[in-house]
Design a protein around this ligand. Structure first.
Ligand code: ADP
Length: 166
């Protein structure tokens, strides 16, 4: 039987426990998950380079998980990457109603661009619904709170804060 591949695209700046949770649950549905780290866009400034974000996301995975995961950087359209990688689906996490509005349009556009590729949404674990890359960076600036990102990622955020002098 053909292998089932899902593409999990995102900024992952940096990857959080919420991202990792969606990744783990996506792995249960697929033989292979490709993490597509979006290099950048005009509207978003990133704290970490795409390569750093790949290394940080990889640090969450167990060896068993790693064997089924490929990570890559991309700059163009997610739909084009899905076609190029032979993915049958695009994996996305849903947290809030505002996520839904954006994701709904994005899924429709991706269907337009790649009719053979289905977007698959996984609802956030309610304990992780409030976690985002940007809020984790904001909070860790002032308080050392666990449970949002891994210890390694928290240390990288603090290092970056020092470099930025804030
Ligand atoms: P993007 O810029 O493409 O939205 P993100 O890195 O912010 O990239 O998010 C990548 C994916 O992970 C999105 O589908 C987002 O909804 C999902 N996600 C982010 N945080 C969480 C969370 N806490 N729980 C579930 N899904 C999440």
């Amino acid at each position: 039987m053909a292998k089932r591949t899902l593409l999990y695209p995102g900024s992952f700046d940096p990857p959080t426990l919420g991202h990792y949770d969606i990744m783990k649950r996506g792995l249960k549905l697929a033989d292979r998950v490709i993490v597509g780290v979006h290099g950048g866009s005009l509207s978003k400034r990133h704290w970490f380079s795409p390569e750093e974000r790949i290394d940080l996301f990889e640090s969450y995975f167990s060896p068993e998980e790693s064997a089924k995961i490929e990570l890559c950087v991309y700059d163009g359209l997610t739909a084009d990457l899905a076609i190029e990688k032979g993915a049958q689906g695009i994996l996305r996490g849903l947290r809030t109603a505002s996520d839904f509005e954006f994701e709904f349009s994005m899924a429709a556009m991706n269907k337009h661009l790649a009719p053979g590729v289905e977007t698959i949404f996984i609802r956030t674990d309610e304990n992780l619904a409030h976690i985002s890359s940007s809020l984790s960076k904001d909070v860790l600036r002032y308080r050392n709170v666990p449970g949002m990102v891994s210890e390694l990622v928290a240390n990288k955020i603090r290092e970056r804060l020092e470099e930025l002098g804030s």
